[in-house]
Design a protein around this ligand. Structure first.
Ligand code: NAG
Ligand code: NAG
Length: 498
């Protein structure tokens, strides 16, 4: 069911460098009170909570409670109630609150009902307005031997929140009768609601939790593989449910190609701020997916056919330091592009960048097997993350050749920086489009849509030693992301800071 909210699901990619002995989650889904409220309300409706309220056995309760009454005209009337029913009922705005106890939160479910009754004493149906509330706790149940899970702890309805008022204001007699009924019903209503509604709350919550687990364990599929998340532990932190997830990377045959259980990377749930939900993914998982999408590769292009203007630019550039070599270039000149490793996403002050090492072999013509020269290039691009429908997509924007090395030369040694501009242009018009083409199908994550969000914002955040200041950044990567490498403390079990 699509949520009517225009809220944004905030997703984060985090890089952390704190060492930690215990198994650290690879991803964390944090659900704030708004979404817990909405999902639980949906399930209560599915489980017919209001229908249950409409069927509250008011008549039999009244009959049981009034048997001891002394005989009088009014008692007789009460004893002879022949019809007593809830005519309309609704659940009001649920409230999700932190509990006094750790690993527990409180859900308050206020409700109101209109009930009608009649007795032989008066001809009209007398109407009452009933207000009450059910309360339940959500707890982490962690018995030894079984995986921790979320359960409904206590469920009750107490006397403090019962209010009954009479809607008819007819005569003294009618009012005294209604008052008598009210006096009998007020203490009886909470246990009636508790008996009838608590099983529904329990079933609705279990259903909601099962749905959530199904949602997070739905494989996230990409070209050539998928990521499988699994629940490590559920955590309750104030009014937030946090699902700590482990992950494995599967290849196209669904065989595990990478576990994330031996890593030293560290992930802490970032603050929700005003987002109803956020999903934080550890940096090493992002890089593993990038590596699966862009394995090391090698391809050859005929530069003069593919981008003639760059062939001209290259010839001119070579001509500035070696006229003879420039004159050897033929129209069939070849360029072999090799990526030695998969590109890697890194986080720094400038946001998210992707770095890669590329080797370029230049051949003067089609026949030769000896390159004119070979360059090694350390390059970096801006990493853009965005989502489109169900898909999460990474895109490389631009490329800088940070360092160029002359690795091998069949001509006189030259300063490879003289070729920096043309090499950068070649990579920008040949390698980057090729890589973006492979990244474009993205990784499918049905979680956001299943949670009812149309819009997802991705952020890159660096977490680590210093928690001062905002840890979350939204809407783009430029700006204040962090202060470079956070201090690393091998012993630390929690983020450092003051
Ligand atoms: C709720 O009521 C509908 C219609 O009576 C019924 O089909 C459905 O099974 C009920 N749901 C539950 C969870 O009992
Ligand atoms: C990671 O988990 C897998 C499967 O449970 C196991 O085979 C592997 O040994 C684990 N690696 C480490 C370093 O714990």
């Amino acid at each position: 069911m699509a949520s009517p909210w225009a809220y944004t699901l905030l997703c984060l990619l985090l890089a952390g460098t704190l060492a930690r002995a215990a198994l650290s989650p690879t991803a964390i889904l944090s659900l704030g009170p708004d979404i817990i409220r909405e999902k639980l309300m949906e399930k209560l409706e599915e489980h017919n909570a209001t229908v249950i309220l409409q069927q509250l056995p008011l008549l039999s309760t009244m009959q049981e409670e009034s048997t001891g009454l002394l005989s009088s005209l009014l008692s007789g009337a009460v004893n002879n109630i022949i019809w007593f029913k809830v005519t309309s009922a609704s659940l009001l705005q649920l409230q999700v609150q932190p509990s006094y106890y750790s690993q527990e939160m409180l859900v308050r479910i206020p409700m109101d009902m209109t009930a009608g009754f009649n007795t032989p004493l008066v001809k009209t149906i007398l109407q009452l307005y009933l207000e009450t509330e059910a309360q339940a706790t959500i707890q982490v149940e962690a018995d030894a031997g079984t995986p921790a899970r979320l359960v409904i702890g206590d469920c009750s309805s107490n006397h403090r929140n019962v209010r009954i008022s009479v809607l008819n204001q007819l005569s003294f007699l009618v009012n005294s009768l209604a008052e008598k009924v009210t006096n009998i019903l007020t203490p009886a209503l909470p246990s009636l609601v508790q008996d009838q509604l608590c099983p529904v709350i329990l079933a609705a919550f279990n259903d909601m939790y099962a749905n959530l687990l199904q949602l997070v364990t739905e494989p996230s599929v990409f070209n050539l593989g998928s990521v499988q998340f699994d629940l490590q532990t559920p955590v309750i932190d104030g009014d937030i449910i946090q699902l700590n997830l482990g992950a494995t990377l599967l290849d196209s045959e669904k065989k595990v190609s990478k576990w994330f259980n031996q890593t030293k990377a560290f992930l802490t749930a970032p603050a929700l701020d005003s987002a109803p939900v956020n999903f934080a993914v550890r940096h090493d998982l992002v890089n593993a997916v990038v590596a699966a999408l862009l394995p090391p590769e090698e391809f050859v292009i005929l530069l003069d056919y593919v981008v003639p203007s760059l062939a001209d630019q290259l010839k001119l550039a070579i001509n500035t330091f070696n006229e003879e070599a420039a004159s050897q270039l033929e129209a069939t000149q070849r360029l072999k592009i090799r990526t030695q490793k998969s590109p890697e996403v890194v986080l720094n002050q400038d946001g998210a960048r992707v770095v890669q090492q590329i080797v370029l072999d230049f051949f003067a013509n089609e026949q030769t097997h000896r390159p004119l020269f070979t360059l090694g290039i350390e390059a970096d691009s801006e990493a853009e993350f965005y989502s489109s429908g169900n898909r999460f997509i990474l895109n490389f924007k631009g490329i800088n050749s940070d360092r160029i090395h002359l690795m091998n030369s069949g001509i006189a040694i030259f300063n490879p920086d003289l070729l920096k501009d043309v090499v950068t242009n070649i990579l920008a018009s040949v390698l980057i489009p090729n890589q973006n083409g492979k990244l474009r199908p993205g990784i499918e994550m049905s979680m956001m849509k299943a949670l009812g969000f149309q819009e997802v914002t991705w952020s890159m955040t660096q977490v680590g030693g210093d928690w001062a200041g905002p840890a979350v950044q939204r809407g783009g990567w430029d700006g204040d992301v962090g202060t470079g490498e956070p201090p690393v403390d091998e012993e630390a079990a929690v983020p450092l800071g003051d």
